[in-house]
Design a protein around this ligand. Structure first.
Ligand code: ZN
Length: 156
C-alpha cells in the first residue's frame, strides 16, 4: 500500500491509545511515522540493485508502483526480519515500553497492510510528470475511513 495508508493506520491505532490514556499524541504521531519509515528499505534495495538512477527517489517510486524490475522489499518485510525486529522491540521495551509499543505498531501495521494485493482492483492509473500512480478503490476507501476515524477519536 501507499505511504499515506502506512501512516494513517498506525496513527489511528496510536490515537485510540492516546484516547484511553496510554499514549501521548506525540507517540501516536511517532507510530504513524514509523509506519512510513519501514519502507525505507525500498530505497536501500533500489540503491543496491538498480543499474541506473541509483539514488533517484523517482526511479525508486516508479519501480515500486509500476515497473517492478526487482523486489524492493528487504528482509525486514519478511519473517526473518520480523523475528529480529521483534527481539529489538522487546529489548527497547525493557527501558521504554511505550516507545517500543509505538515502534511495534508502526512496523507490524506496515507488514499487515502489505499482505493484501489490490493491484487488480485499480480504479485510478495516473502519470503526473515522470511519476506513476496506481490506486485501488479499496485503499482509497480505507484511507477515507481512517481519516474519519482519526477525526472522531480526536473529537471524542
Ligand atoms: Zn511495506
Amino acid at each position: 500500500m501507499y505511504s499515506q495508508t502506512h501512516f494513517l493506520f498506525p496513527l489511528f491505532i496510536g490515537l485510540l491509545l492516546y484516547r484511553v490514556g496510554i499514549f501521548s499524541w506525540k507517540l501516536a504521531l511517532f507510530a504513524g511515522i514509523v509506519g512510513i519509515f519501514i519502507d525505507i528499505d525500498h530505497y536501500i534495495e533500489h540503491i543496491i540493485h538498480s543499474k541506473k538512477n541509483k539514488f533517484s527517489l523517482r526511479a525508486t517510486w516508479n519501480n515500486s508502483i509500476k515497473l517492478h524490475k526487482f523486489n524492493q522489499r528487504s528482509f525486514i518485510h519478511y519473517w526473518d526480519g520480523a523475528v529480529i525486529l521483534s527481539f529489538l522491540f522487546l529489548i527497547v521495551s525493557l527501558w521504554y515500553p511505550f516507545i517500543a509499543l509505538a515502534l511495534a505498531i508502526g512496523y507490524f501495521s506496515n507488514l499487515l497492510l502489505d499482505v493484501p494485493n489490490f493491484a487488480k482492483k485499480t480504479i485510478l492509473k495516473l502519470k503526473i510528470g515522470e511519476l506513476y500512480f496506481r490506486e485501488s478503490w479499496v485503499e482509497v476507501l480505507f484511507c477515507v475511513l481512517l481519516i474519519i476515524g482519526c477525526i472522531i477519536v480526536l473529537l471524542l
